[in-house]
Design a protein around this ligand. Structure first.
Ligand code: CA
Length: 228
């Protein structure tokens, strides 16, 4: 999952990036001003946006309105120092999905971002299940046939993304867009390498293969897939 943080206070923005990236599900792009933040929000593929209200350039509410006017339904969590009811109502009216007043606890922010992302994928249960595979999006523990095993962050991120979209074909381009931050050199063979690693951990030794390669299209996490 790729998160955009638009926050002009540099130290707070750095703390937000470090805190959010402490969760293996997430990579973070940071923007320190409204114009740059709006440009990124409209041109890159984010799974959630953490948006400060008071920003140089374009203010947060205007950015939010532009995002919604463009037809994007990316979950947006507003951060506000002006934690007044009026601001919160305006934010919600403009299409924000949640808000948090400064100062806040990182744990609360992380829980809210996770909930927003889950909701946007129509996943109500924090534990994703595909056949006998479970992905706990709270603890990041993955298990298959009741045997749990640790995954390196990028493999976990890849599996969680496929799990959120279980049963759907996910292209390599989508994986590159949602698993890496802006500064990463994006080569699709990197995805092949990680899918292969993940497959050896998830599927090796099991009669039912859960990660399916759809030639020329991408990958599906599913109990069965026609034409496999
Ligand atoms: Ca600010």
């Amino acid at each position: 999952m790729r998160i955009l943080v638009v926050e002009d206070e540099v130290r707070l923005a750095e703390n937000l990036k470090a805190g959010i990236e402490s969760v293996p599900s997430f990579v973070v792009d940071v923007s320190h001003d409204g114009e740059d933040g709006q440009h990124l929000a409209l041109t890159e593929k984010y799974d959630a946006i953490v948006l400060d209200l008071m920003l140089p350039g374009i203010d947060g509410l205007s950015i939010l309105r532009t995002i919604r006017d463009s037809g994007r339904d990316t979950p947006v969590l507003i951060l506000t120092a002006r934690n007044t009811t009026e601001d919160v109502i305006r934010g919600l009216d403009f299409g924000s999905d949640d808000y948090l007043g400064k100062p806040f606890e990182m744990g609360e922010l992380l829980a809210r971002i996770k909930a927003l992302v889950r909701r946007s994928f129509h996943q109500t249960d924090p534990v994703l299940r595909v056949a006998d595979l479970t992905i706990d999006t709270r603890s990041h523990v993955v298990s298959r046939a009741d045997k749990s095993f640790p995954l390196p962050a990028l493999e976990y991120r890849l599996l969680e993304y496929l799990g959120m979209r279980a049963g759907q074909v996910v292209s390599k381009e989508e994986l590159l867009e949602h698993l890496y931050d802006y500064n990463w050199e994006k080569f699709s063979n990197v995805i092949e390498v990680y899918v292969s690693k993940l497959r050896s951990r998830i599927d090796r030794g099991h009669a039912t293969q859960l990660i399916h390669t759809i030639r020329g299209q991408g990958y599906v996490l599913a109990e069965s897939w026609e034409g496999q």
